[in-house]
Design a protein around this ligand. Structure first.
Ligand SMILES: Cc1ncc(COP(=O)(O)O)c(C=O)c1O
Length: 416
C-alpha cells in the first residue's frame, strides 16, 4: 500500500483543506461526518460579514433589488452546474422534506390514474413519511409500496420488477443514508419512463459527492440538501431540480414568491412559468448566501477530481478495515464496487454506538452511528487526507484494545 504521506503530498486537491475552518484548539480532530454536516468554508465568514455589516444593516429593504430577490435561483443555478442542469432548472427552497413534498404532490397530480408510489426500504424515513403525506394530499387514493431491496443480491432488478403500468411515481435516495448504496440513475429512470412513471430523486447523499449529469442521465425531478457535501451550513435550504421538459408540474403550495411579480400583491397572480413556481414564501436569504462559498469550492475543484479522490479514500479505508479491523468484529456494509456507493462507507460492529462514542470522546474522531449497529465514515475529499484514513483505523484499534467500548456502552446521546 502506498504511503499516505506520499499520497497527500501528490494530491491535487490538498490545497482545498485550508479553505475550510479547522479549530486550532483541536489539531488532532478527524472529521468524517461531512456526509451529515459539511465543514465550514472559510469564505462563509466574509459572506456573513457582508450581509450583517452592509446589506441588512445599511441597505435594509433595498437589498431585495440588490440581489436578494434572485438569490434562490442564482445559487440554485450554481448547484445546477454541479448536476449538469440548465440554468433555470434548480432553485433553493425550505428543506429537503418540504421540497420532496412539493414535487411529489406535483408528480402525483399529473399521474392521477395510477395508484402506486414505489420506494425502497433503505430510503430515508422522512422521505417515506413525506411520500405518504403527498399521497394523502394528492387525493387520488395513491399509496406507497416499500420494496424490500436491502437484502437482495441484485437490488436493481428487485426494484425494477415492482415498477409497472400502475406506478405513478418512483422515489428513491440516489445514495442511501445508511449503507451508502447507490442506485443506477439511468437504469431506474429507463424502467420508469418505459411504463410512463415519473421518478423523483433525493440527491442529498450524492450531490457534490459523485458526478451527476441530469440531462444525460434522463432525470426529470430531484431534490437534495445542501448541508452535507455542499457545505452549506446547518439548516441550509434544500434544492429542487425540475427538468424544463416537465413544465407541467406545478407547486401544490402556491404562495406569493411562486409568481413572477410577488410585489404586485395580486390575489390572482399566475404561477411563474420558470422554476420559481416552486417557491412559496420569502426565501431564506442569509442561509442561501452562505451556501455559495461551498458550491464555489466544489466548482473550482471539479466534481470529477473530487470523486476520483473520494474513491481512493474509501478504497483505502475499506482495505485497511479488511486487514486490520475484521478480527475485532468490524464488517464493511457498503458495496465494494465504487460505482455502487456514494462517498461514505458503513461499517457494522455489534457495539457500533459505543465505538463511535469512544472515537468521539477519547480519540478525536467524529463519525456517526445509525441504529442498530452501523457506523458511517464520510469521506469529503476537499478536507480529508489519506493520513486521516490511516489514523482513523489505528484509533479504532486503540478504542478496542484500550477498553473504550466498555466505557461508552451505556451512553445514549440524543443525536447519535
Ligand atoms: C437522504 C435524506 N433525505 C432527506 C433528509 C432530510 O432532510 P431535511 O431535514 O432537510 O428535510 C436527509 C437528512 O439527513 C437525508 O439524509
Amino acid at each position: 500500500m502506498e504511503s499516505a504521506t506520499e499520497l497527500d503530498a501528490n494530491d491535487p486537491l490538498a490545497g482545498f483543506r485550508d479553505r475550510f475552518v479547522h479549530n486550532s484548539s483541536e489539531p488532532e480532530l478527524i472529521y468524517l461526518d461531512g456526509n451529515s454536516l459539511g465543514r465550514q468554508p472559510r469564505a462563509v465568514a466574509d459572506v456573513l460579514t457582508r450581509i450583517v455589516d452592509h446589506q441588512w444593516s445599511d441597505r435594509l429593504i433595498r437589498g431585495w433589488n440588490e440581489g436578494w430577490l434572485d438569490i434562490a435561483e442564482g445559487v440554485g443555478d450554481l448547484i445546477g452546474e454541479l448536476l449538469g442542469a440548465n440554468p433555470g432548472e434548480v432553485i433553493l427552497a425550505e428543506n429537503t422534506s418540504v421540497c420532496l413534498y412539493k414535487v411529489a404532490v406535483a408528480a402525483l397530480r399529473e399521474q392521477r390514474s395510477r395508484q402506486k408510489v414505489v420506494t425502497d426500504d433503505e430510503n430515508f424515513p422522512s422521505d417515506i413519511q413525506i411520500l405518504r403525506s403527498a399521497c394523502r394530499s394528492a387525493g387520488s387514493g395513491q399509496t406507497v409500496q416499500i420494496v424490500h431491496c436491502s437484502e437482495a443480491l441484485d437490488p436493481t432488478s428487485v426494484l425494477v420488477d415492482a415498477i409497472d403500468e400502475s406506478t405513478a411515481v418512483v422515489s428513491l435516495s440516489h445514495v442511501t443514508y445508511r449503507s451508502g448504496w447507490r442506485w443506477d440513475l439511468e437504469a431506474v429512470n429507463r424502467a420508469a419512463q418505459d411504463v410512463g412513471a415519473l421518478v423523483v430523486w433525493d440527491f442529498s447523499h450524492s450531490v457534490a459527492a459523485i458526478p451527476i449529469d441530469v440531462a444525460a442521465q434522463g432525470v426529470d425531478v430531484a431534490v437534495g440538501c445542501t448541508y452535507k457535501y455542499l457545505n452549506g451550513g446547518p439548516g441550509a435550504p434544500a434544492f429542487i431540480y425540475v427538468s424544463s421538459r416537465r413544465d407541467n408540474l406545478s407547486n401544490p403550495i402556491r404562495g406569493w414568491f411562486g409568481s413572477d411579480k410577488p410585489f404586485d400583491f395580486d390575489h390572482q397572480s399566475p404561477s411563474a412559468g420558470s422554476i420559481q413556481r416552486f417557491l412559496t414564501g420569502t426565501p431564506n436569504v442569509v442561509s442561501a448566501a452562505l451556501i455559495q462559498p461551498g458550491v464555489d469550492l466544489l466548482l473550482e475543484a471539479g466534481i470529477e477530481q473530487v470523486y476520483e479522490k473520494s474513491v481512493r479514500l474509501s478504497e483505502r479505508f475499506i482495505a485497511l478495515c479488511d486487514t486490520q479491523l475484521s478480527e475485532f468484529g468490524f464488517e464493511i456494509r457498503t458495496s465494494r464496487d465504487p460505482l455502487l456507493r456514494g462517498s461514505h462507507v458503513a461499517v457494522f460492529h455489534p457495539d457500533a454506538q459505543a465505538v463511535g462514542l469512544a472515537l468521539l470522546n477519547e480519540q478525536s474522531v467524529i463519525t456517526d452511528f445509525r441504529p442498530p449497529d452501523l457506523l458511517r465514515f464520510g469521506f469529503a475529499p476537499l478536507y480529508i487526507r489519506f493520513a486521516d484514513v490511516d489514523a482513523t483505523v489505528s484509533r479504532i484499534i486503540d478504542v478496542v484494545a484500550g477498553g473504550g467500548i466498555d466505557r461508552w456502552r451505556d451512553e445514549n446521546p440524543l443525536v447519535p
